[in-house]
Write a protein that binds this ligand. Structure first.
Ligand code: OFO
Length: 172
């Protein structure tokens, strides 16, 4: 059974994952209308993943006797200046989410809720991967600078990255 405190924190985390999904969806839409199809595919995919993270938490809360709450949607920003700026924001956002996850893990230890602590380890590992990926992509963009050809190749690489992640996950 979840304590009220952990239930509240898990529901807050549901909201963070939901916000991540909406944020990446807004970025995907921007990239799509600007002609960055690969970047857009990658971000649509990230948005889906974040929704999956939200659902995983959602089910866990109810399984453990809590009540998972559908969060209210805040409107994410819709315009971004450059692809580089988008990935700066992705990295910043992922770092913020990691901080929240760490706070939740810490609260689990304080409350001696080892089941939730164990469940949250998946999120800890996922955040390490996502922060790393965002950092790697940002490093590439920094190397590319203002080179249009480089940006074209970057966009193409992201299309294949999104496609391979999709086939690994077995989704159409
Ligand atoms: Fe949910 O993995 Fe990032 O935010």
């Amino acid at each position: 059974m979840l304590s009220k405190k952990i239930e509240k924190l898990l529901n807050q985390q549901v909201k963070f994952e939901f916000d991540s999904s909406q944020y990446y969806l807004a970025m995907a839409s921007w990239a799509e209308i600007k002609g960055f199809n690969g970047v857009s595919k990658f971000l649509y995919r990230q948005s889906d993943e974040e929704r999956m993270h939200m659902l995983k938490l959602f089910r866990f809360i109810n399984e453990r006797g809590g009540h998972a709450i559908v969060p209210e949607a805040d409107a994410p920003e819709r315009n971004f200046s450059t692809v580089n700026a988008v990935f700066e924001l992705v990295l910043k956002h992922e770092i913020e989410v990691s901080t929240e996850i760490n706070k939740l893990v810490d609260a689990c230890l304080k409350e001696k809720d080892y089941t939730t602590h164990n469940f949250m380890q998946w999120y800890v590992a996922e955040q390490i991967e996502e922060e790393n990926l965002a950092r790697t992509l940002l490093d590439k963009l920094k190397l590319i600078g203002n080179d249009k050809g480089g940006l074209y190749l970057f966009d193409r690489d992201l299309a294949s990255l999104a496609a391979s992640a999709q086939s690994e996950a077995g989704t159409p």
